[in-house]
Design a binder for this molecule. Structure first.
Ligand SMILES: C[S@@+](CC[C@H](N)C(=O)[O-])C[C@H]1O[C@@H](n2cnc3c(N)ncnc32)[C@H](O)[C@@H]1O
Length: 250
C-alpha cells in the first residue's frame, strides 16, 4: 500500500524528532564527563553528578576497570529522575559495578548500596568507591564479590537480602555467563524489586538476551539512544501480585 503524503510527512517528522531527541540526550549524558586540567602523578577520569566531582581511576587490563558509557546513561537517568525513582534510604545492589560510577552516584543520591563484581575488580572498585563517597553520603556503600550465579543462597539469602533496586550497566556482552547472570537477576529480584538495566547493543547472539529477559520479567524501555547503541530498561517480576505503583501514579 502506498503511503499517503501526510502519513509520510508525519513519519519523517517523528524520525527527525527521534534523532534530535537521541542527539540531545546523548549530549546531556556525555556532558557529565570532564578531563582533569592538571596532569598529576595519578591518572583519573572526571565525572560530575549531583554537583559532585567524581574521580574514577581506570586500568586498561580488565573489562571491569574501564568505565563504559552505559554507566553514564544509567547515572544520568538516576540524577534526572529523582522524583520518580527516589533512591533515598533505598536498598540497592549493583551487578558488575566495574569502576563504581553507578554505585557512587546512587550513594550520593542517598541509597544504601551493595556494590558487586568479580574478585579481580574489587581493589580498584573499593578504591574508587571509598575515594568518592567518604564523608559525602548518608550510607557507606558495601563493596563485595558477587560472581554471577555462584553461592547466591548462602551469600544473599532472599529472606534477609531484599533490594528495592538492582542496577546494572553493560553486563551483557560476549561472555559465557549469560545464564548465570539471568539466574542472578532471578534470585535478587523479589516482589517489589525494580531492575534498572542499561544495555549496550553489540552482536546478535548476546542481544537476544533481551528476549530471554522478557520471558522472565516485564520490561519497559526508558531510554533509546541509537547514537550510543544503548537502551535503558526497567524490569520487574512477571509474577508480581502487588499493583505497579508507577502505573498507579501515571
Ligand atoms: C563491560 S563491564 C561494565 C562495567 C560497569 N558496569 C560500567 O558500565 O562501566 C562488565 C562488568 O561485568 C563484570 N563481570 C563479568 N563477568 C562477571 C561474572 N561472571 N560475575 C560478576 N561480574 C562479572 C566485569 O568484571 C565488569 O566489571
Amino acid at each position: 500500500m502506498e503511503t499517503q503524503p501526510s502519513e509520510a510527512m508525519e513519519d519523517c517528522k517523528t524520525k527527525q524528532e527521534g534523532a534530535a531527541g537521541d542527539a540531545e540526550l546523548a549530549k546531556a549524558v556525555m556532558s557529565h564527563s570532564f578531563h582533569p586540567s592538571v596532569i598529576g602523578a595519578e591518572t583519573w577520569e572526571g565525572y560530575k553528578f549531583s554537583d559532585v566531582e567524581i574521580r574514577i581511576k581506570e586500568s586498561t587490563d580488565l573489562y571491569g576497570a574501564v568505565l563504559w558509557p552505559s554507566a553514564m546513561v544509567l547515572c544520568h537517568f538516576l540524577e534526572t529522575n529523582r522524583d520518580k525513582y527516589n533512591l533515598l534510604d533505598k536498598n540497592v545492589i549493583e551487578l558488575g559495578a566495574g569502576t563504581g560510577l553507578v554505585t557512587i552516584v546512587s550513594s550520593l543520591l542517598g541509597a544504601k548500596v551493595t556494590s558487586t563484581d568479580l574478585p579481580d575488580v574489587m581493589g580498584n572498585l573499593q578504591y574508587n568507591v571509598m575515594r568518592n563517597t567518604k564523608d559525602q553520603c548518608k550510607y557507606i556503600p558495601l563493596v563485595t564479590e558477587l560472581i554471577w550465579g555462584q553461592d547466591l543462597d548462602q551469600r544473599f539469602p532472599r529472606a534477609t537480602h531484599r533490594f528495592d533496586y538492582i542496577l546494572a550497566a553493560d553486563v551483557v556482552y560476549a561472555h559465557p555467563y549469560l545464564e548465570e547472570l539471568m539466574d542472578t537477576f532471578e534470585h535478587l529480584c523479589q516482589e517489589n524489586t525494580e531492575i534498572l538495566w542499561a544495555m549496550r547493543f553489540r552482536l546478535d547472539p548476546e542481544n537476544s538476551f533481551v528476549d530471554r529477559f522478557r520471558q522472565h520479567f516485564h520490561l519497559e524501555e526508558l531510554y533509546d539512544l541509537p547514537s550510543l547503541n544503548i537502551k535503558l530498561y526497567r524490569g520487574w517480576r512477571k509474577d508480581r501480585t502487588t499493583k505497579d505503583t508507577r502505573e498507579a501514579a501515571a
